[in-house]
Design a protein around this ligand. Sequence first.
Ligand SMILES: Cc1cc2nc3c(=O)[nH]c(=O)nc-3n(C[C@H](O)[C@H](O)[C@H](O)COP(=O)(O)OP(=O)(O)OC[C@H]3O[C@@H](n4cnc5c(N)ncnc54)[C@H](O)[C@@H]3O)c2cc1C
Length: 378
Amino acid sequence: MNFESSRETALKKLGDFINSNLKDYNFKRNFDLGTKNKSNVSCLSPYISHRLITEYEVAKIVLSKFSYQNVDKFIQEIFWRVYWKGWLELRPQVWSDFIEDLKSIKEDDKYLKAVNGETEIQCFNDWVKELKENNYLHNHTRMWFASIWIFTLKLPWQKGAEFFMKHLYDGDAASNTLSWRWVAGLQTKGKHYVAQAWNISKFTNNKYNNVKLNENALPLSDKREYKLKPLNLMYNDETNESLLVFENELSLENQKLKNYKNVYLALLSNEARKLKLEQKVLDFKSNVINDQKKRLKQVQIVDENKLQSLMEKINSYSIDYARTLATWRENFLGVWEKISPLGFDDYFKRMWEFYLSYCEGGFKSKNIDLIQFSMSNK
Ligand SMILES: Cc1cc2nc3c(=O)[nH]c(=O)nc-3n(C[C@H](O)[C@H](O)[C@H](O)COP(=O)(O)OP(=O)(O)OC[C@H]3O[C@@H](n4cnc5c(N)ncnc54)[C@H](O)[C@@H]3O)c2cc1C
């Protein structure tokens, strides 16, 4: 399989898929016809997951050629990723717990047999090999794989999700973690996905028949509850000079880049990652990021060390403080009618108005700042 890492390739793949196979997607998409034939699905996920092309772009191009009724399934699948992203963004603890859980799970013999493709289940072993070689698996195969991992091999779902993340070019914190949780019955509580031999046989065109599986497994359970956590959106106004972009949001075509003095693309090594990736996956990320840089000249690539020193410079409170001062001034003037009868004159009013405006201007222009530092005795 060819996953050349550029936006141009992504757009070409989309164009070819629209011209040749999209019309049959609704009824052919669930078949995994083997490593050499994936033409019934788009294979766009490595690009969409890095947002080298966005969901909205894909939907717009598709809907300019087809009516929604004829491509509804494809459009719905595209927006599954958006849904998962939003879901996790509102419950970030799910990801933190997943990373924390991994620290205490041992890699025993049963686990090693599975990741080396040495189980009793031939189709599973073939998919392990395919994943390592091609860094991609068909959606239905991912569902069978996760189900066999959890319910037949009885391995912890977290290690399966980690194994996928390590090897998939499209490895995505939201789509991957939440899909594994969904198969296990944790995402929609009590509703799990149990792979059935007849289903594997039908949708692999009889390549794998009579696979011995645990078809009557019960869903997993977990006491942890995840409540909605409001988004802490950063106020993005014109005073921001720098834009920092991470690998899962490379849709720079859609940003107003000329508003920024500096645009940084973070290219992180395994040292800076909580979940370590295979070299091929790191190379894929490096190539897509370099492709963006080639096309958008004002962009700079930064590694984790440069990023750290940039953050120290950027991490200033001045803009927030300017906003606080503006609010204080507005509040002060808003209740002046109540203050003046207490014996305060116009001189007092003007002095405070001047002081609060002067400080606001100072913070805005960054002539004054608020910095926190700690000192230690060595
Ligand atoms: C256990 C498991 C793990 C998964 N891990 C990931 C992952 O790490 N990253 C990832 O992008 N997808 C993941 N998926 C979803 C899905 O399998 C892939 O997006 C899909 O197989 C990609 O192939 P495609 O581009 O040919 O898909 P197509 O069928 O052509 O679909 C077009 C696009 O729609 C989106 N999409 C399709 N199905 C889904 C879905 N079920 N959930 C979310 N988005 C979807 C993708 O962006 C995909 O490129 C996972 C699914 C399962 C069951």
